[in-house]
Design a protein around this ligand. Structure first.
Ligand code: BTN
Length: 246
């Protein structure tokens, strides 16, 4: 049996497409979504050549090192902002289930272990005219990447380094998808938002928002925006972007 067939069998009955190498799993999932893929369908790749991160950044997925996963979901338009929240919560659960401590979410949805990024989320919303077709929840999880001698050496971490032992990528994949399913059941209402807010390590911290504003991260709202109090006591609503602590 090919690896592709084996992985698709492990994930069965979930519709799954596994590839050794792609440009971006999100691109393939967007195509599949447009063709009518059901909720929970997933595209997985061992290696991405043009993996995309937030804010137009590149996301590296070298062969054999990580998980690159894009899950197709069909939320109602009013709760779109909860998709990336539930993605981050699913990854937090994966980390906790492996026995890790020090797991939190840096706003907006970077999952960190003791302050180092282990995973990122890139949701892509797909419209046909005014109609919401669905969302692709792209998840990149560092499993055993080698960040030495890279610009990420200080800021990123892998599951295996954090745990100090090897993990089985297929097991992690299965757990991750189960966790996404479990959180997706709660989309709408306050459950996902409250859990996400509760895991944020950013609140109460001094932050510098990419682009200028400096202040204290005071709270978040239901849309996922961050409210930052600057020294002049003004409150700023930050909807996207990145923050540096301090
Ligand atoms: C971030 O910048 O933190 C988000 C990174 C998201 C990467 C994942 S890997 C699977 C999916 N395919 C992509 O091209 N990007 C996302």
């Amino acid at each position: 049996m090919t690896l592709s067939a084996a992985i698709e069998k492990i994930l069965s009955p979930r519709p799954a497409r596994y590839y050794d190498r792609v440009d971006s799993t999100n691109d393939l999932a967007v195509e599949w979504l447009r063709e009518g893929a059901p909720t929970g369908a997933v595209v997985i790749a061992d290696e991405q050549l043009k993996g995309r991160g937030r804010l137009g950044r590149i996301w590296h997925t070298p062969a054999g090192m990580a998980l690159a996963v894009s899950v197709i979901l069909h939320p109602k338009p009013a709760v779109l902002s909860q998709v990336s929240m539930l993605g981050a919560l699913a990854i937090v659960d994966v980390c906790l289930q492996t026995g890790l401590n020090g797991v939190g979410i840096k706003w907006p949805n970077d999952v960190q272990i003791n302050g180092r990024k282990v995973s990122g989320i890139l949701p892509e919303v797909v419209w046909q005219g005014e109609q919401l077709l669905g969302v692709v929840l792209g998840i990149g999880l560092n499993v055993r990447n080698d960040f030495r001698d890279t610009e990420l050496a200080q800021s990123a971490v892998t599951l295996e380094t954090a745990l100090g032992q090897p993990v089985d990528r297929q097991e992690i994949l299965v757990t991750l998808l189960e966790c996404v399913d479990a959180w997706y059941k709660h989309i709408g209402g306050n459950y996902v938002f409250d859990a996400w807010k509760g895991r944020l390590t950013t609140l109460g911290q001094q932050v510098t928002v990419l682009g200028g504003i400096q202040g204290k991260a005071e709270t978040v709202d239901g849309e996922g925006a961050l409210w930052v109090r600057t020294e002049d006591a003004a409150l700023h609503r930050v909807i996207a972007g990145d923050i540096a602590l301090g």
